[in-house]
Design a protein around this ligand. Structure first.
Ligand code: TMP
Length: 212
């Protein structure tokens, strides 16, 4: 197990990413690793400011391209200011969302398409990629139910229509299918503990972590 790893969590609304990421951080720390958790959009002071522009206000506040550009601007600031320095310093970095969210939400959900997102990604992020991406998969109905139950002011995306969320789910599944060496699709419909067990099994198998 050489070097610090970058693990990203992805999925639609209400899939339980935040809970799973915190549980994995505890487990990796117990396994003797130094762990940092972060999120997108956000994770650095500049990117958190951009986050506010993205997650509040009416659903049609931005057109798809403006939205993608804001996400990439936030991502670049987060990468340069937090993710890369933390990895360099030997910390394992767990991020609640990363570039696959832009592909799924703006590329598939809002219809910008795969090529446009890939072109922006090549410019802004280059070759850098997560060591492992865990995509939490859940039927749309169940995810929206869970998301509505914890409704807060950051609900701009949850207000989008049902068809959007279906495209999103299909998008994430296609992303997983296209990059099977990097991605793992995790069934997130079970209880928190069962999902966490699947997450740990995957991290153990793919990255060689021995959980105590
Ligand atoms: P969160 O609810 O997981 O904190 O994410 C905030 C919202 O931002 C969520 O609805 C997904 C959306 N999003 C995108 O549309 N594109 C992106 O690139 C990222 C990182 C998030």
């Amino acid at each position: 197990m050489a070097g610090a790893k970058f693990i990203t969590f992805e999925g639609g609304e209400g899939t339980g990413k935040s809970t799973q990421i915190e549980l994995l951080a505890v487990a990796l720390t117990r396994a003797g690793l130094s762990v940092r958790t972060t999120r997108e959009p956000g994770g650095s002071p500049g990117a958190e400011e951009i986050r506010r522009l993205l997650v509040t206000g009416p659903p049609d506040r931005w057109d798809a391209m403006s939205e993608a550009l804001l996400h990439f601007a936030a991502r670049r600031d987060h990468l340069r200011g937090v993710v890369l320095p933390d990895l360099e310093a030997g910390h394992w970095v767990l991020s609640d969302r990363f570039a696959d969210s832009t592909m799924a939400y703006q590329g598939y959900g809002h219809g910008l398409g795969r090529e446009a997102i890939e072109a922006l990604h090549a410019l802004v992020v280059g070759d850098f990629a997560p060591d492992l991406t865990l995509i939490l998969d859940l039927p749309v109905e169940l995810g929206l139910e869970r998301a509505l139950a914890r409704r807060n002011s950051e609900d701009r995306y949850e207000g989008l229509d049902r068809a959007f969320h279906e495209r999103l789910r299909q998008g994430f599944r296609e992303i997983a299918g296209r990059a099977p060496e990097r991605c793992a699709l995790i069934d997130a419909s079970g209880e928190v503990d069962a999902v966490q067990e699947a997450v740990r099994a995957c991290v153990a198998a793919r990255l060689g972590v021995a959980f105590p």
